[in-house]
Design a protein around this ligand. Structure first.
Ligand code: GDP
Length: 364
């Protein structure tokens, strides 16, 4: 059939195959970036941090996040020297699905703490940021009021590496922030999976932000994450959403009753609030105070921190063993070869693994 739109006179209207859009990230940018030398000596970093100098603190955190061995070496020495000055803060984990209002809430929570002369560091764990490029967590622009406060230090998620690596860097940053005099630390993460376990293992109290009346698909919160929470706080309890939020609170309370009792003896609470309008926030912090008093009195607070230290010792061993193993050039080559053989059904996965490990153990 003769289609009129194919006529020569309409040629200009034809939809042509577009040009592929360029990648948003210039792949060469990273390589071009100069590798800056650390600007200070270990002692200068430590002195600056202990004085509460934010510029030096930021630069030290950059060293912690760096993947260059010479940076890590200095970072580790700085951390070691800051360690005796750390620990004097309340560490609070905050999670919730994207759009749940984490940044709005952290902004309001932070302002609540500012009014009480607290010093707050907001850190984040977002292991997906390496894939998605451009971390969304801990981004200053999302916390408009807090980002201009001199007593607030906001740092986005370290982006490079595995969850274990990202989490370790955040944990080390906590130490530096505490040594710099921050008495409250928020560790933010997205409520979608494994990163909660990592956050829970570095905080004293874990808040789960939920929404009312959005259906399960948006909540996307796994039962396991609910079980980790010391409190579920239902955001956006404002306008005509107040009743729905209260109803949801009741449902969450019922659900929590089904969980086994916690080791601390604390019964997880459910509260409603509005991060946007700043209502219900005092109740949240009163509750956290109540928890802290209880846990300190019973000795659970310290017990949990000691357990966490143990956990991080093993995590660090695991991470460094893996790095050492997979980073070995000889091993890399054998793995590639063995992988092909396993995929082709020529060698069993067990034998392949054993061969690779034998080679590794001989090489070290
Ligand atoms: P995040 O992705 O979890 O960091 O969520 P945001 O803080 O960016 O909030 C997502 C959306 O929810 C934004 O449009 C906010 O303005 C809105 N929002 C956040 N908190 C509240 C609240 O307390 N009440 C209402 N009505 N909207 C809110």
């Amino acid at each position: 059939m003769n289609h009129i739109e194919n006529d020569e006179q309409y040629k200009g209207l034809a939809v042509n195959k577009g040009v592929a859009s360029p990648p948003t990230i210039n792949p060469y940018l990273k390589k071009q970036r100069r590798e800056r030398k650390p600007e200070y000596s270990v002692n200068e970093y430590v002195e600056g941090i202990l004085k509460g100098d934010i510029t030096i603190l930021s630069q030290a955190v950059t060293l912690v996040e760096s993947t260059l061995p010479q940076h890590s070496k200095i970072a580790q020495e700085v951390i070691e020297k800051c360690l005796p000055h750390s620990g004097n803060s309340l560490r609070i984990g905050i999670t919730g699905v994207p759009g749940g209002g984490k940044s709005t809430s952290i902004d309001s929570f932070g302002m609540h703490l500012m009014a009480r002369n607290k010093k707050l560091a907001v850190l984040a764990i977002d292991p997906s940021s390496e894939l998605t490029k451009g971390s969304i967590l801990g981004d200053k622009t999302r916390m408009e009021q807090l980002s201009i406060q001199k007593n607030a230090f906001i740092r986005p998620s370290p982006s490079a590496g595995s969850l274990g690596g990202v989490a370790r860097k955040t944990r080390e940053t906590i130490i530096l922030c505490e040594a710099a005099g921050f008495d409250t630390i928020f560790v933010e993460t997205v409520g979608v999976g494994q990163s909660e376990t990592a956050v829970r293992s570095m905080v004293d109290f874990f808040l789960l932000i939920q929404l009312a009346g959005t259906g399960d698909e948006l909540q996307g919160i796994k039962r396991g994450i609910m079980e980790m929470a010391d409190a579920i706080i239902i955001n956006k309890a404002d306008g005509n959403n107040v009743d729905k939020a209260k109803l949801a609170a009741g449902q969450f309370r019922n659900a929590l009753h089904l969980f086994p009792p916690t080791e601390s003896g604390w019964i997880p609470k459910v509260l409603t609030y509005s991060g946007y309008y700043g209502t219900g926030i005092k109740d949240i912090f009163d509750m956290i105070d109540e928890y802290e008093s209880m846990a300190r009195e019973s000795g659970y607070f310290l017990h949990k921190r000691n357990q966490q230290n143990k956990y991080w010792m093993y995590e660090t061993i695991d991470e460094q063993l893996k790095d050492h193993f997979y980073g070995n050039p000889e091993i890399k080559a054998i793995i590639e070869n063995k992988e092909g053989l396993v995929m082709g059904g020529e060698v069993s996965s067990f034998i392949a693994a054993k061969d690779i490990l034998d080679r590794y153990f001989k090489s070290i």
